[in-house]
Design a protein. Structure first.
Length: 80
């Protein structure tokens, strides 16, 4: 499992599988090979949905975003 956190608050948002993590890595621009955080907006979520993201990943990202214009998520393969 891969743990997804709100970077600003360190709150656990939920868990995703390795396939969903690979989807995020493939879709998002990374600043380095060690990059583990991503800026998520409604535009990204819509793009992901159109490009084959799992319903579980879309639901988790919508939960993370809530009513904010943007959220920074952080992923980890171990709980933090």
């Amino acid at each position: 499992m891969v743990y997804i956190y709100n970077k600003a608050t360190s709150d656990l948002i939920g868990e995703i599988g390795e396939d969903d993590l690979q989807f995020l890595i493939d879709q998002m621009e990374e600043e380095s090979m060690k990059d583990q955080d991503y800026s998520i907006t409604n535009m990204e979520i819509s793009y992901f949905a159109e490009n084959g993201a799992s319903s579980g990943l879309i639901e988790l990202l919508r939960k993370a975003l809530g009513d904010q214009p943007e959220v920074i998520i952080l992923w980890s393969q171990t709980p933090i």
